[in-house]
Design a binder for this molecule. Structure first.
Ligand code: PEP
Length: 250
């Protein structure tokens, strides 16, 4: 997308202990040493590592974020963390509505929307994930599912600065299978139209990431698709070498 700085974001999911900090260090140093003004980088480790990760990255453009947040700021919600807590640890982004949250925890579009609102209230950028199941794609429902999720999960007043959309077809996550570039182009063009209709210039400039089995060998081709403004990377973000190889595509 013209005039949009792409984002390469890593999602570590429920992976990473103190022994993984050397990978965070390597990514942090890698993006500092090979500094590119063309692209932003973000890593979302598990919540237990956010604070130490931001300390590692003080000299690096690598940004750190959370993988989820509760809609409220604090209170009686055992096991949850708030957007404020992520911001307090110097995180600047949070992923919301990942398909694993939607399926493992039954999260609805309206809950995801309230989490994105909480992120904005804490001055975090929300990465809002959407995507169809294999059955929905087979039945030709992909665009209607994306529309419903965009309408339901993206808050009114979303801006290009504080909101990123991640298109992650569920059948492509962790499977090694990706859609064709034509299918990605169709989905991203559709989302761009929907966002521009609703948010005007902000929707035009809002980043739309592709996620689902992005790796160093396919990243160049996938990132070249129209309206693909970066990647949300799961498995391949765990190894610094692979994350940096994807970063170098830009
Ligand atoms: C993800 O779950 O955000 C993801 C894209 O995973 P993977 O890259 O492992 O498919």
């Amino acid at each position: 997308t013209p005039d949009v700085r792409p984002l390469v974001a890593g999602n570590w999911k429920m992976n990473g202990t103190r022994s993984s900090l050397d990978q965070i260090k390597a990514i942090s140093e890698g993006v500092r040493n090979e500094l590119s003004e063309k692209v932003e980088t973000l890593l979302c480790p598990p919540a237990t590592l956010i604070y130490v990760a931001t300390a590692i990255c003080t000299e690096s453009p690598l940004m750190i974020g959370g993988q989820d947040c509760h809609p409220e700021t604090h209170g009686a919600h055992t096991g949850d963390i708030s957007a404020e807590m992520i911001a307090d640890c110097f995180g600047t982004f949070v992923i919301v509505g990942h398909s694993e949250r939607r399926s493992d925890h039954g999260e609805s579009d309206s809950l995801v929307r309230s989490k994105a609102e909480a992120a904005h209230a804490a001055d975090l950028t929300a990465i809002i994930c959407i995507g169809e199941t294999a059955d929905e794609r087979k039945n030709g429902q992909t665009l209607e599912v994306l529309k419903r999720q965009l309408v339901g999960s993206v808050p009114d007043g979303a801006t290009a600065e504080r909101t990123v959309i991640a298109y992650e077809p569920i059948w492509a996550i962790g499977t090694g299978v990706t859609p064709t570039v034509e299918d990605i182009a169709e989905a991203h063009a559709f989302m761009r139209r929907e966002l521009t209709d609703r948010f005007g210039a902000e929707g035009k400039a809002m980043r739309i990431l592709y996620g689902g089995s992005v790796n160093p060998s396919n990243a160049k081709q996938l990132m070249a698709v129209d309206n693909v403004d970066g990647a949300l990377v799961g498995g391949a973000s765990l190894k610094a070498e692979d994350f940096l190889a994807i970063y170098r595509v830009y």
